[in-house]
Design a protein around this ligand. Sequence first.
Ligand SMILES: [Fe+2]
Length: 177
Amino acid sequence: MKYFKHVNVDSESEKVVSKKLLDYVNSNGYSDKGFWTNVNTHDVLNKVPELAELYKPIGINIKRIAFVTAKEKVGTIHIDDPKTAPAIRINIPVLNCEQTSTNFYVSGKPANETRLPSGIYYYKWDEKDCTLVASTCISRSTLIRTNELHQVCIHTDNMPRITCTIEFYEDLEHLMN
Ligand SMILES: [Fe+2]
């Protein structure tokens, strides 16, 4: 099984989108709620219209946007809340994503349920119970399976590391092939 796949979109437009998303994060309208922050998708798409266009050539349309802020060098191994997050999302880099890794694991042990300050549930595992099976860097738009165990690690002192994580109306499974 593929755990991730980079998406072929126009790289110049993608850079514009990343920069404008950083402007959005730095704007007064945004406040980081810790790790996972849901935002008003219409507001983001109004301020970053290039984002709405970026994935249209591959036939998918944005449903909901959140920002993920990592501030620890070794993140928790977890899955995103399966009740609210689709199995496959696209993450796009926003800040300090160079020299970071998104690692994927398997485990035979059950998860511990956790609630983030933002009210989002997620499910985490101890690293000693997990085996690394894949790794990538979110250096550009990347499909990732958030229903599989994953973890963000930062290999520099550049913090925080921020990505924009996007849910689509369409099933993205065919894009993983
Ligand atoms: Fe996650």
